[in-house]
Design a protein around this ligand. Structure first.
Ligand SMILES: Cc1cc2nc3c(=O)[nH]c(=O)nc-3n(C[C@H](O)[C@H](O)[C@H](O)COP(=O)(O)O)c2cc1C
Length: 120
């Protein structure tokens, strides 16, 4: 299965990674982490539809990104920029969005993500 790198601030993405059993996933803390080859990036969205800075740093120095999984919130304050980090990355790196999760997502989301990862 393809490698996974992820960023999580309040724990939702971390929980998703754990639920999926991705024990070798790399946690991005400041963006200077090292990883070789192809990978899928999992990220939350921060203030007004922004990609977390450490995720931008990591992407800029790791060209092997093949797809993105986003976690956002459908709360009123975020709905207009729902999962924009995943959308931003998809456009910038020309890669598909595997899932646009609301928080930790649903069990159906988990099945879909695992199926997608296994095919990569
Ligand atoms: C300051 C702040 C800004 C946020 N902005 C957005 C946003 O623009 N769009 C969105 O979909 N979610 C937004 N969210 C929601 C988070 O992306 C969402 O809760 C996500 O699941 C957090 O993942 P994490 O727990 O792994 O950090 C925001 C959350 C915070 C705290």
């Amino acid at each position: 299965m393809i490698q996974v790198a992820y960023a999580s601030k309040t724990g939702h993405v971390e929980k998703v990674v754990q639920t999926l059993g991705l024990t070798n996933a790399l946690k991005i803390v400041d963006g200077t982490e090292q990883l070789d080859g192809d990978y899928v990036i999992f990220t939350y969205t921060t203030g007004n539809g922004k990609t977390p800075k450490q995720v931008e740093t990591f992407l800029a120095s790791h060209p092997g990104v093949k797809a993105v999984v986003g976690s956002g919130s459908r709360a009123k304050s975020h709905i207009e920029t729902f999962n924009f980090a995943a959308e931003n990355i998809s456009k910038a790196y020309n890669v598909p969005v595997i899932a646009r999760l609301d928080g930790t997502g649903t069990s159906e989301d988990m099945t879909n993500i695992l199926n997608a990862l296994e095919k990569m």
